[in-house]
Design a protein around this ligand. Sequence first.
Ligand code: BGC
Length: 421
Amino acid sequence: MENMDNHDIGKLDFPAGFLWGTATSAHQIEGGNTNNDWYHWETDPKRIARLKAEGKNPDEYISGSACDFRHRYREDLKRAAEELHSNAFRFSIEWSRVEPEEGKWNEAEIAYYRDVVKTCREFGIEPVVTLWHWTLPLWAAKKGGWLWQGIMPQWTRFVERMTKELGNEVKFWLTVNEPTIYIGYGYLSGEMPPGFRNPWKAIEAMHALSYAHVAAYDAIHRASPRKDVQVGMTAALQWITPWSHNVINDIAAFIRRFLAARWFFMLAKKKCDFVGVDYYQHFQVRVNPRLPRWGLFRHEPAKRASDLGWALEPEGLYFVCRWVWRYLRKPIIITEYGLADEKDQWRAWYLTEGVKQAARLRKEGVDLRGFLVWSLIDNFEMPPPMSFWPKFGLQTRERIWRPSAKVWAEIAHSNGSSAVL
Ligand code: BGC
């Protein structure tokens, strides 16, 4: 394995206009999103009873008022611009807010999103807007969600409407967020809505999502008033290596890589102007039937791990982006990079090393355009454990910056050149 410490990256050079900021999603920060399948799942009486039996406080496991971003967005964006020196911010649109009932639009909620975008612009922030970050309006979920034959026209209509409403001010759109993670937890392990454990349904849903991406890509290009509009999707990419080289582990690593990303890219790659890369962890794969899930999905103990036990290897960011670049040859924005670290033990180091890897990618000619940290604020973690306890924020929900926020602010302020620890 190439070692970052021995790798001379040289001067940390980023072009003017490189995007520095943070990423979020609607259900995780807005609060009050009670009309979607997630809230329904979170508040299921059986789930609450189980949490209580485990001695847990159910309030910690229900999104509820989240970070109240729905009401505090102005203050949050102002602080992101002035104190974090962000020139970009990723957020998502909650479909169930703007179309609470099939075919009925809520104008006040549409106006809210228009104002979020306007406020971004007012503070010199480039909005990066995700159209679907895992939640579905209850009316669509009840009909079968992504497996419902009638969902595509509804989805396309939603995308078109949002493009028309916000399109003047939005250059970067993301269609669907991390389809493989959603399918893994939602259709294979059953730990997230819709809670299936069915490989056939998983394949069907994956195809539906790739189709949804393509339909959204076309709809945005049709409806956007901007000539410079850029449409992409996000892919969660782990850095996957064999635990030790032997034929079986090598094949296992290949299969894991395929399941993690290639699958979706193969389906959707022709229609994207850029790719959003979400990177969090290093996976070492070894096949052993005695290990849970045969070792294929096991997190090996790591030297440096997040509060969720994820192996922290900043250099993995370099490898996954390099792979995307070689495979797709499309501009890349790092749309999520971060860690759950309540004590802020590793974050400054992790961010700084990540930026060095970004500089290394640029130096090698990879068209990397931005770097967004997950997340602006501690929020409701949607993947399991589906709770507030993993702390991904540069600040707490009380809006107190963690010390590492200062490091991120300096990196943004110096256009990357202060990333030296
Ligand atoms: C998701 C976020 C999540 C983050 C950390 C990504 O999988 O897009 O919603 O909070 O990773 O787990």
